[in-house]
Design a protein around this ligand. Sequence first.
Ligand code: MEV
Length: 301
Amino acid sequence: MVTISAPGKLMLLGEHAVVYGYPCIVSAVDKYLTVVVDSSKGKQDEIISPGFSDTRFIKEAINIFRDKFSVKDPINLKTESELGSFGLGSSAAVTVATLKALVEFFGLHLDKTELFNLSYEVVKKVQGLGSGFDLTVSIWGGTIYFEGKNKKVENLCQEPLPLMVGFSGEKGDTVSMVKLVKEKRQNYRKGIEKIFENIAQLVEKAKVALLEKDWTRFGMLMNYNQDYLEDLGVSTKKLNNLISASRKTGAYGAKLSGAGGGDCMIALVSKEKKRAVIKAIKAEGGEVIEVTVGTAKGGII
Ligand code: MEV
């Protein structure tokens, strides 16, 4: 029997633009999705995945694994998740953990880059358009600068960041938000490409600010990124309210995180302001998610 856990993620800056090759910054969170693989007692694969109605990523990961390594033996696979349905990257975590668990169970080997490449094949098959950014922190942990174009991964730091997470209560759907932006790009190619270029510049500046721990600047760049996400039409009224409440109570900066259309927002907050920002997010009907951002050292375990 093999047990593998992979951390979830939060996008810090660069969402949507990263799908078109631009860079983004992403952090792991200290919440995990665990996959246990054992031999099956029957002739078929058994997948037991409570709280996970969408098993496409697991099934596709098994198919791709079998194709690559010509393994036919049926398996029993169980998942257990701490990630909930807040948009914390459970699809990426389950993909990475399933592949890694299968590889170890059958006594095979993949290095981290090979694991990323195989996992990305799964994401492309199931999701169509997607950058694969969320796979990086599930594999490497910490906070990563990821280049969408050549899938370059650069480790920025392995320390916790002063970020808070608020759930809007609305369920975001990544596939439809990515499609929405794709259609906008088809209709207004120049304008949308310009927004992506501006987001990419923010990401470059944010990378420096993060390495210098210049939170005032990092927060300001998050705010600018949110403006562009609003221009793309992926924010919601509820997210905007949580974001502006956080800023008004002293956050360095706040923005949505991920595809938008719901799910979570993040706020960069000093220790002194944390209590006030938590209160403000709750007062706007948001749910504060207790996670530490940027800490899942080493990623997959
Ligand atoms: C979703 O969390 C982030 C997007 O950029 C999609 C992707 O990168 O695959 C919208």
